[in-house]
Design a protein around this ligand. Structure first.
Ligand code: ZN
Ligand code: ZN
Length: 482
């Protein structure tokens, strides 16, 4: 044993042990070894910190950091990237700011990339711009990782023009950079631009990977470029050796279904090399709904019931129930809904940046310090919308996929409604409002946002789980197609 007189001999062995225990998630043991070491260096601290962050013990990963005598690039990078991996984006940016104002350490590539990724997740444009200026001021070279992180950040913050400026300024473009740009255009519904960049990538002999193909397929799907999408899907395996994953199928089926190629979508599903997942059935049934093909829908539902009974008991009832609802077969809706009690849901969450500060809202939460005012404002807004726009809260849910994620009784307090109420009360009139939502926005919120853009003469940009919506004068850029 490496213990000697109750103490660990040698820094090297101590560090190795801390690292070892941390890697296997045995944080108590790691901490005990750490405490018994006669002295610790930056590697000991970093190993311990990394262990806590990896094991998602964030609050503890915090305490240690504040006690750490030596803070260097490595420990800051561990901290910030740990927060990003744990989904704590607001905290990641907070620590980035502390690091910059502290001024002791110059940010390295890993820190910049993680912080930009936090901005991208939150849609934090002001802070993203600030990080961009830090890159320039510190003469940090814009390698592939930083350039693509910038493209991704700008695109996800709603500034696809700035993303494309970074893309055009980047001379040496690899697959990462191309893919970020294609993704950026796709989520903005700019399928033609996505396709253009994809073809440019091929022309420059950069081989696409599975992510680039998925991104361009998404772009084709959102813009109705069915033939282009089809030909890419057909050659991806033979030409680039990319075996279609479930996500590629999902995107392809979605594209076929939306454009009314229901039979072809159904046949593709039957020929898949893996089991189709819920998203795939949902895409096909959504197509049946859009094109009002009840016969095909019944066929699909029977097929699911016969071959994939587990889908029916894991939340897939929602899509079936909504489909029946949209076709007006109410007695079936009741039947399916009765089976649904107890299905799990993940909480909706929206973020809005006001004066450089990120505000987070969860469905029906009371955490925001101004929540009382915000709720009062929201009630006033909804009242005005019902008077001027004939708004009636959607109590019968006929949209797809929503009840699975957000409880409908809380529809008035959906996080994007709280965020927009806060945005209206805390930004100058006429200025545009940007919101990021972690889930797909529901029909009711979509209607409310359209109506607000008209009544309050505001441009509202919402990024939901799948794409961007720009609301102006009562209309949305998605043309109610999302
Ligand atoms: Zn909603
Ligand atoms: Zn929309």
């Amino acid at each position: 044993m490496v213990m000697k007189n109750g103490y660990l001999s040698g820094l090297y062995i101590g560090n190795a042990l801390v690292n070892f225990y941390s890697t296997f998630g045995k944080m108590e043991d790691a901490h005990q070894v750490f405490d018994q070491m006669p002295q610790q260096d930056v590697f000991s601290w970093t190993s311990l910190l990394l262990g806590y962050t990896e094991n998602k013990e964030m609050v503890r990963a915090n305490e240690i950091f504040s006690k750490m005598p030596l803070r260097n690039e490595v420990s800051w990078a561990v901290m910030i990237s740990g927060f990003v991996r744990g989904g704590l984006y607001v905290e990641a940016l907070k620590y980035f700011q502390i690091m910059i104002y502290d001024g002791m350490v110059k940010p390295n590539e890993a820190i910049i990339v993680s912080s930009l990724s936090a901005c991208a997740h939150l849609g934090a444009l002001d802070q993203g711009n600030w990080i961009n200026s830090i890159i320039d001021n510190n003469r940090i070279s814009r390698g592939s990782n930083i350039a693509s992180a910038l493209i991704n950040m700008y695109a996800k913050c709603g500034k696809v023009d700035l993303a494309s400026r970074v893309f055009n300024q980047t001379l040496r473009r690899d697959v990462l950079i191309y893919t970020s740009m294609i993704t950026g255009f796709s989520i903005h519904g700019l399928g033609n631009d996505a396709l253009l960049v994809f073809n440019q990538m091929l022309a420059e002999d950069v081989k696409p990977n599975d992510v680039s193909v998925l991104a361009v397929l998404n772009g084709c799907s959102h813009s109705g470029l069915v033939n282009e999408g089809k030909s890419i899907f057909y050659i991806m395996e033979t030409k680039w050796g990319i075996i279609p994953k479930i996500e590629h199928y999902g995107c392809y089926i979605d594209m076929l279904s939306r454009s009314g190629h229901l039979e072809s979508a159904f046949e593709t599903i039957k020929k898949m090399k893996m089991d189709p997942d819920k998203a795939i059935w949902r895409a096909l049934l959504n197509g049946c709904r859009i094109h009002r093909d009840a016969t095909k829908a019944e066929l699909v539902i029977n097929h699911i019931g016969r071959f994939y009974p587990c889908i029916g008991s894991s939340g897939g009832e929602v899509l079936i129930s909504n489909l029946y609802a949209s076709l007006g077969i109410w007695e079936k809706v009741e039947e399916v809904r009765k089976m649904m009690i107890g299905s799990s849901s993940s909480p909706g969450c929206s973020w809005i940046e006001v004066n450089g500060i990120m505000n987070e809202f969860r469905v029906g939460d009371a955490l925001h310090p101004q929540m009382y005012e915000i709720r009062r404002e929201l009630v006033e807004i909804l009242k005005r919308l019902s008077e001027e726009q004939g708004y009636i809260a959607t109590t019968t849910l006929v949209s797809f996929d929503v009840n699975e994620e957000e409880k409908e009784e809380a529809v008035a307090w959906h996080s994007e409604k709280l965020a927009i109420a806060f945005g209206l009360m805390s930004t100058p009139s006429g200025s545009s409002i940007r919101i990021v939502k972690n889930l797909r926005t529901c029909e009711d919120c979509h209607f409310v946002l359209k109506a607000i853009s008209k009544v309050f003469s505001r441009e509202i940009v919402v990024r939901d789980r799948t794409r961007f919506h720009t609301f102006t004068s009562g209309k949305c850029s998605c043309k109610d197609y999302w």
